[in-house]
Design a protein around this ligand. Structure first.
Ligand code: UD1
Length: 341
């Protein structure tokens, strides 16, 4: 019998890519999304890539009544919880919106999986929980640093909520928190990808929109950091590789291969790439010139953050496979597809 996975935030960037990988791995999926920061076209994209009939429920996970209907209608073997607000700057301006959305929806998910006997949950956490880590690359044992935004705080709080809930469930609930580094790129089919609303805050969407002429010039935030070329270093993980990590995490719990009831894994490539390196790679791979200038540092940026992926490699048996070049080519292909639509 096919296993069924509920994907909240399933019309979003990472959710839609994960839905594709789940289906291709033989799972049934049900997608839930309130479409507050996503588009139902992404669901269509998942259907086109996979050729599967995919149930989609337009539901807000904060709406307990409506959300519970979804649990009455289907039976889930696992849940992957992506649904959340994710703009760092906005979270500073509207902290209560972030605490309400991100915490309420997660508490609802945990209450409902308990009530309906679904025992496996993957939570999308973030490498933002490490802040400016003392040692690079960062292992899962690195201490979490005080969050610098309400958004980051909700990631830490949800990790704690999950840990406590799993501990209290005495083995009835298994949870895995995946700490994503910097997800970029798009599905190679260019059927789905990132759809930022307004001016992109993240690097790669800004790069592709600049290359497309939507933005005049990319600002590289700082070239006087203590790094080889002076720009910040991150670990850019292909969204399809990231999606596959979720499939592996789900399988680990469903097949009872998890070693603890609550586990945490870094999901990155293990390779640090500077902003200027990324810009140059983008130009080279896609054979174009990007208009960019060096700008002042952005407040709140960490200097460097890349993953030690030993645990994910050895325990999950997962590793990032796509090269930065492939990923940047897919990002540009997706941007061109968005322009056509
Ligand atoms: C940001 C968030 C982080 C969140 C992550 C999710 C901040 C401070 N951090 O991380 O909490 O989990 O997104 O995707 O917002 N850059 C430029 N020019 C740009 C945009 C970015 O030079 O126009 C640089 C940044 O300074 C940084 C790098 O590119 O060095 C990556 O930036 P970004 O994509 O925003 O990711 P993070 O800052 O790592």
């Amino acid at each position: 019998m096919k296993r069924c996975v509920l994907v909240t935030g399933g019309a979003g960037y990472i959710g839609s890519h994960t839905a594709v990988e789940l289906i291709e791995a033989g799972y049934d999926v049900v997608l839930v999304d309130n479409l507050s920061n996503s588009d139902e076209q992404a669901v269509e994209g998942v259907r086109r890539i996979t050729g599967a009939e995919i149930p989609f429920e337009k539901v807000d996970c904060c709406d307990r009544e409506a959300f519970e209907q979804v649990f009455r209608k289907y039976r889930f073997d696992a849940v992957i919880h992506f649904a959340a607000s994710k703009a760092v700057g906005e979270s500073v301006e509207k902290p209560l919106l972030y605490y309400r959305n991100n915490l309420t929806s997660f508490v609802n998910v945990l209450e409902l999986i308990s009530k309906y006997g679904c025992s496996n949950i993957v939570f999308s956490s973030s490498a933002t929980v490490y802040g400016e880590a003392d040692v690079q690359p960062v292992t899962e044992l690195a201490p979490r640093k005080p969050a610098t935004s309400p958004y980051g705080n909700t990631k830490q709080m949800c990790e704690d909520i999950l840990r406590d809930t799993v501990a209290a469930a005495g083995g009835a609930i298994h949870g895995i928190a995946l700490r994503y580094f910097n997800p970029i790129g798009a599905h190679p089919s260019a059927e789905i990808g990132e759809l930022p609303r307004g001016v992109p805050q993240n690097l790669v969407p800004f790069v592709t929109q600049t290359a497309a002429g939507i933005r005049e010039c990319l600002s590289v935030f700082g070239d006087d950091y203590d790094t080889p070329d002076g720009s910040c270093i991150r670990d850019y993980i292909d969204v399809v590789d990231l999606a596959r990590a979720h499939v592996v995490a789900i399988g680990r719990m469903i097949e009872g291969r998890n070693k603890e009831n609550f586990e945490i894994f870094n999901v990155g490539t293990g390779r640090g790439v500077s902003v200027l390196e990324l810009v140059r790679a983008f130009e080279r791979v896609n054979n174009l010139k990007l208009n960019y200038r060096i700008a002042p540092r952005r407040e709140g940026d960490v200097v460097k953050n890349w993953a030690d992926t030993t645990l994910a490699n050895n325990e999950l048996g997962w590793r990032a496979e796509r090269s930065l070049d492939e990923t940047l080519a897919a990002a540009w292909k997706w941007q061109q597809e968005v322009m056509k639509r």
